[in-house]
Each structure stands twice: as C-alpha cells, then as structure tokens.
Design a binder for this molecule. Sequence first.
Ligand code: NAP
Length: 247
Amino acid sequence: MTIKVAVLGSKGRMGAEVVKAVTNASDLELVASIDQNDDFNIVKNSGAQVAVDFTTPDVVMKNLALLIESGISPVVGTTGFTEEKIAQLQKMLDAKNGVSLRLVPNFSIGAILMMRFAKAATKFYDSAEIIEYHHPQKVDAPSGTAIRTAQIIAEERKANNLAKNPDATASEIPGARGSKIDGIPVHAVRMPGLVAHQEVIFGSLGETLTIRHDSFDRESFMPGVLLAIRNIAQKPGLTIGIDDLIS
Ligand code: NAP
C-alpha cells in the first residue's frame, strides 16, 4: 500500500529535494506540496497520511499544530526546537490520539553514526568541544545536530562522573569560548561553499580525537527522510531522531 505524503516548504532547498525523493519512491505518493503563502487546506484536503516539514523555525510550530489537528502525522526536519517547544508539541499530541510525530535534528545516516561514535568516545577523554559548519542561509545557530550531540556527550559525561572540561579562561570576549550546551562548548561557522558539517573534538593527555562528518549535498538527507516516512505509523506520539531505525 502506498503512503500518501505532503511536503511543507516544498520550494525550499530541503523541501525541493524531498519532493523529488518522494516522487521517485514507488511506495510513496506525493499528494500535496505547499510553500509560504499557500493555503494549508491544500494539505488538509489532500488525504495525506504523513507530512514532511522543512520550513523555518518561526513557522514550524503553527504548521505542526495544524497538521496534528488534521490527524496528519508530521516528519519534521526543521530545526530550532527548544525544550519548551518540544513540551508544547507533547501537549498537542496528548490531546490527539493516533498521530505520530518524528522530530529529526539530522536525517543523515553519517551524522547519526558520528553522534554514536562521539558517545562511545566520551568517557575516555577529559574534554569535548563541537564545531559545526553550515551555509550562510541557515537561520538558527548552533545547529540542531550540534545541540543534540552536546546533550548526548553531557549525559555520557555525567553517567561516567567526569569533571567539567578543564579550562582556565578567566576573562573572555563574549562568545570566544562558544555557546555552552549542557556545559559543552559549541562553536558555529557560517560560510558560502559549506552545506552541513560537524567536528567533535575530544582531548586528553597528549592526544586529541576528532570525529568529523560532512554532508556535501542535500541528497544525503533523503534516505533518512524516506526511512522516517515509511516507519512513522509504528510509533504513536513523539519520537526524536531516527536512531531507533538505524541498527
Ligand atoms: P529554506 O531553503 O529557507 O526553505 C524553507 C522553505 O519553507 C522556503 O521555501 C520558505 O518559503 C518555506 N516556508 C516558509 N514559511 C512557510 C509556511 N508557513 N508553510 C510552508 N512553507 C513555508 O531552508 P532549508 O535550507 O530547506 O532548511 C529548512 C529547515 O530544515 C531549516 O530549519 C534547516 O535548519 C533544516 N534542515 C534540517 C536538516 C535535517 O536533517 N533535519 C537538514 C538540513 C536542513 P520562503 O523562502 O518564501 O520564506
């Protein structure tokens, strides 16, 4: 049976790739695609079972409220989600049975492996910092992937009773040591020529380990997007990431 799919943000860089990928998948049917200024009723009345959202952090919550209300399960690639917004989503889902929502900070399989490898390395090193690199059109910083990676590392450091990163900085121009996500410094670079890249650097006595992932093309996110669409119905409610689908 084919899955009926809608795309929100269909004229954007990521949305346009999703339109192509869904159109080319024989088990999926693209039933609606909308961009800014299009009427949401196009999606609502399309019979879509799943809607992929690659819009912007300022409009995504409104889109998700409309989708959940319409009984359409969202697969969300848009970034910029705070704990507060995630709690709001949970509330909306609790009030509407039968809707699944996958919030995916990074659909790239390589990026997911990078996070797994970073988790595995954490307990062996005194220090961990993250540098993320993106194209200059990206509106949120740091990236959702960098935030998630920092959280994973912080959780792992806590579980292993590691002390804070050693750092004698006594005076600082604001931002020089990055933004701290759960105590892990995260540095963001924005530059033409980049797509989406991240380095996780670990340091200990006399050595460092760098785990680096590069997405050179937006196509790299599509296998993960299709995986999320195909498996959306399996888990009702809110799921973060696609780690559980990659083993
Ligand atoms: P983009 O090129 O700016 O695309 C966003 C699109 O959404 C634009 O066409 C925009 O139209 C449209 N839009 C704005 N408001 C809308 C609304 N209310 N309804 C429907 N469409 C609307 O951005 P992008 O590079 O594709 O990135 C989109 C999001 O995905 C960002 O948050 C980015 O960080 C994230 N991202 C996630 C992953 C991942 O793996 N999870 C990977 C890459 C990017 P206008 O241009 O007219 O405003």
